[in-house]
Design a protein around this ligand. Structure first.
Ligand code: NAD
Length: 417
């Protein structure tokens, strides 16, 4: 197969879909690799490294010659305009938060493969799980950002000039990113507590040396596919009120809570922020244009409240560690490409649950059930849904973002975190 790697055009995107090491591996599997000049430069992989690995350097107009285009983020209008009917494109396309992109890719008659829709509970999908690889990096970086912004030490320090008590860190949401944030904060010497609506994460939290906080006002809220479900209005209010007591007892709070296809739940209200001590730091990994886990946070922005609390709105943290995140993503996308390439040709076997989970467009149509059903009717608002939320890893389940009248209907999506 002819495989092309493009230079990413997303805002502040520094990652690249294949690193030179992955080029060599795909070549030895029989594929011909083409890399757009400069594609790896922002991740510190120069063009020569790709040439040395056996790739052919190309200009942007030549990507249409490949059978498959590999990218990290989403194609812009220029790239879609260059695509050839029948070509495949792989990326973190996030079609659930922007169904319009899927329509545009269908109009271009390309086969679009979205790595963020990988059915993560399938064990054969684990090497392709780009959400996990990028969330791991994001969780690590969030803990480092918090430590850098905090005006005191994370570890206990006993010196001739005095003793510093260890920082108290609270991690809200203990999925992949949250667990990595806990591990990193612990390695820096902080005393860490954590909370999640899925009580099954307690054992993982405790195995990392953190203590698990149990709320009395909110019960279990596990959904399908290992994800949380959206809380009801009453549950959310009770959770926010009870969490506020814990939040104010901590120096640093890292929030990672997500519900697939919905706006992130608010866990830290403005009244909780007002009660925090001056010098406290929050890193909101849920920050998005729809709002985040912390009231008032915005992606890519750091604000200091009137009472001296720093709120860091995380924005594509994996991109800030582009060399590591590209290397991991390259393994994920190479695994998926290899899985779908049979006898040297790109195949789409929709009877395979894994393939049906990731292919969103084919032969000029949007075919992923989560998108076709979402088009047929609006999803129930998250606040009224004690039942399981949409599960993107389950192709039989419809999914759509929670409507937000204050926002545009098709927000841009943050990739990979
Ligand atoms: P995520 O990014 O969707 O959410 C992060 C965390 O936020 C989750 O733990 C979720 O429970 C929590 N959360 C959501 N709403 C919350 C609220 N109101 N209050 C507190 N916490 C809230 O999650 P993720 O990191 O992508 O992982 C989701 C699950 O998928 C995890 O259980 C993970 O272990 C699982 N997973 C399984 C596999 C596999 O089986 N091979 C692979 C990867 C991930």
């Amino acid at each position: 197969m002819k495989v092309a790697v493009v230079k990413e055009t997303g805002p502040a995107e520094r990652r690249v879909a294949l690193v030179p090491e992955a080029v060599a591996k795909l070549r030895s599997a029989g594929h011909e690799i083409f890399v757009e000049r400069g594609a790896g430069a922002s991740a510190f992989f120069p063009d020569e490294a790709y040439s040395d690995a056996g790739a052919t350097l190309i200009g942007p107009d030549q990507v249409c010659e490949a059978d498959a285009i590999l990218m990290v983020g989403r194609p812009d209008a220029t790239l879609i305009g260059r695509m050839r009917a029948g070509q495949a494109v792989f990326g973190l396309l996030t079609p659930l938060t922007d169904p319009e992109l899927a329509n545009r890719l269908a109009q271009a008659s390309v086969t679009a493969v979205s790595l963020d829709l990988i059915p993560r509970t399938l064990s054969r999908a684990q090497p392709m799980d780009a959400l996990s690889s990028q969330a791991n990096i994001a969780g690590y970086k969030a803990a480092l950002l918090a430590a850098a912004a905090f005006g005191r030490f994370f570890p206990l320090l006993i010196t001739a000039a005095g003793t510093a008590r260890p920082a108290k860190v609270l991690v809200l949401g203990t999925g992949v990113a949250g667990l990595q944030a806990i591990g990193t904060a612990r390695r820096l010497g902080a005393v860490v507590s954590a909370y999640d609506v899925r009580p099954e994460t307690r054992a993982e939290v405790e195995s990392l040396g953190a203590s698990f906080i149990e709320l009395t006002s909110v019960g279990e809220a596990s959904g399908t596919g290992g994800y949380a479900r959206a809380l009801t209005d009453a549950e959310r209010a009770a959770q926010q009120a009870e969490l506020a007591d814990h939040i104010t007892k901590h120096d640093v709070v890292i929030t990672t809570a997500q519900v697939p296809g919905r706006r992130p739940p608010v866990l830290v209200t403005s009244s909780a922020l007002k009660a925090m001590a001056a010098g406290s730091v929050l890193v909101d990994m849920g920050a998005s244009v729809l709002g985040g886990n912390v009231e008032g946070s915005a992606p890519g922005e750091t604000v200091v409240t009137d009472n001296g609390v720093t709120i860091i709105g995380a924005d594509n943290l994996p991109s800030t560690m582009a060399a590591a995140s590209s290397a991991m993503y390259a393994r994920n996308v190479s695994s998926l490409l290899t899985y779908m390439a049979k006898d040297g040709a790109f195949t789409v076997d929709l009877d395979d649950e894994l393939v049906a989970g990731v292919v969103i467009t084919r032969d000029g149509a949007v075919i992923h059930p989560a998108l076709t059903k979402a088009e047929a009717g609006p999803a129930a608002p998250a606040s009224s849904a004690p039942s399981a939320p949409p599960d993107p890893s389950d192709p039989s389940v419809a999914s759509a973002p929670e409507p937000d009248p204050a926002q545009s209907p098709t927000p841009p999506a943050a990739n990979g975190d």
